[in-house]
Design a protein. Structure first.
Length: 208
């Protein structure tokens, strides 16, 4: 069972429909017990980093997500959810994140020809092959964001060129993130979710 973490700042229903399409049994939940027992977690998110972290804290989910990650449960953060995986964000002053992947969220640079927020379809350049990136090189995916993940190259799996090279997909162990919305990215997005399904099934098989 995949748990889509419910904390009132995520595009949960669209994510759920996409997971159902690729054959991943799932449930939207904020129940710590269900999250701890899950085969995998999806952390969606739209809006402000600080608001999202506050919602997770109020539900007592920060430590639950961190504990679940430490035991090797696959996690996929989507858009803001990917940013929450990092150590923190400089949006509206520094806010501490989940600390599951090294890096910090910074505002996209101003560019007269490239407005912020970055919104629309951009091409992926895969820099590291993983279960999630193996079928999406040069595919176009859908972004909506004003901040980006400033990460070391060793956790970046794909980039997209905008005013800078944006880390579009990141990972560390069984923790993955997409800055874009796979649930809004047509066939390419579904292939990424199928790749996450492979990770979940592999971890479940090897842990039994």
């Amino acid at each position: 069972m995949i748990i889509i973490i419910d904390y009132d700042t995520g595009n949960t229903r669209n994510v759920q429909k996409a997971l159902e399409f690729v054959g991943l049994e799932n449930k939207i939940s904020a129940d710590p017990a269900e999250i701890r027992k899950a085969d995998g977690l999806i952390l969606p998110g739209v809006g402000a980093f600080s608001v999202a972290m506050k919602e997770l804290e109020q539900r007592g989910l920060v430590s639950v997500i961190q504990e679940t990650a430490q035991k090797g449960t696959p996690i996929l953060g989507v858009c803001l959810g990917m940013q929450l995986l990092l150590e923190g964000s400089m949006e509206n002053g520094f806010t501490e994140g989940l600390g599951l992947i090294e890096g910090l969220c910074e505002k996209l640079p101003d560019d007269p020809d490239l407005p912020v927020p970055h919104m629309g379809w951009n091409q992926l350049v895969v820099t590291e092959e993983t279960s999630l990136t193996k079928d999406v090189s040069k595919e176009y995916v859908y972004f909506v964001h004003s901040y980006y993940a400033d990460c070391e190259p060793d956790v970046i799996d794909a980039i997209a060129q905008y005013s800078i090279k944006i880390p579009a997909m990141i990972s560390k162990g069984t923790i993955y993130g997409t800055q874009f919305h796979p649930e809004k990215s047509s066939e390419a997005g579904l292939r990424i979710l199928k790749g996450f399904k492979e990770v979940v099934e592999h971890v479940r098989f090897t842990s039994n």
